[in-house]
Write a protein that binds this ligand. Structure first.
Ligand SMILES: CC(C)(COP(=O)(O)OP(=O)(O)OC[C@H]1O[C@@H](n2cnc3c(N)ncnc32)[C@H](O)[C@@H]1OP(=O)(O)O)[C@@H](O)C(=O)NCCC(=O)NCCS
Length: 168
């Protein structure tokens, strides 16, 4: 992975997180939205996660610690009391920083944080055609437990949602 650390995001990282998010909106099926976000909206999303006690992590080069190379977070899976020990996470790496082990490192730290919070189950909901993300998660011990067919839509295509699950 080279010289990369996984740290808690600060407001300084909001522009970088926004750029990574918007690139995924424009060019990938990893976020099922065609609407870009603003830095202000991402800042308020980050504050909401923090307020709920959930982490927002960024990968940074310690020589340039304000530039987010990737980010990951988790939050409520489904908003009913019975799911209180389950979290749903997401992970994104800037195109120019992919395939350097950063996604793997972010997921590993998210798993550690979820365990530290006493969570029991972690769920990744991934476009079933996203072979890279599915491979990354399976390597990290997530199991493909099911696929919901045709539940999503983007760029005029119907999309299938794969659930990758790890017992913590
Ligand atoms: C998926 C994503 C997070 C992976 O992050 P990354 O830092 O590039 O991945 P890593 O370098 O940590 O890869 C770890 C392993 O995952 C698998 N992997 C990652 N990207 C892959 C790809 N494009 N194709 C096939 N396997 C891939 C490989 O097994 C890899 O190990 P290896 O490099 O030793 O072969 C990143 O490509 C990304 O942000 N993509 C766009 C957004 C996205 O799809 N997010 C996930 C939404 S659930």
């Amino acid at each position: 992975m080279g010289n990369v650390s996984i740290i808690d995001a600060t407001d300084d990282h909001a522009p970088g997180i926004t750029a990574i998010f918007n690139h995924a909106v424009r060019h990938t099926f990893s976020i099922w939205s065609e609407t870009e976000t603003t830095t202000e909206q991402r800042r308020s999303w980050m504050a909401g996660r923090r307020h709920a006690g959930f982490p927002v992590l960024v990968a940074v080069d310690p020589a340039d610690p304000h530039r987010a190379l990737g980010y990951g977070s988790f939050g409520v899976f489904r908003d009913f009391p019975g799911y209180v020990k389950t979290v749903e996470h997401s992970v994104y790496v800037a195109v120019e920083a992919q395939r350097r082990g950063i996604g793997r490192a972010i997921v590993a730290e998210l798993v550690a944080r979820a365990r530290a919070l006493g969570m029991e189950t972690m769920v990744g909901a991934v476009d079933s055609a996203n072979a890279g993300s599915i491979a990354l998660h399976q390597q990290a011990g997530f199991e493909l437990q099911g696929t919901l067919k045709g539940v999503g839509r983007k760029f005029g295509k119907r999309l299938d949602l794969a659930f990758l699950v790890k017992a913590l």
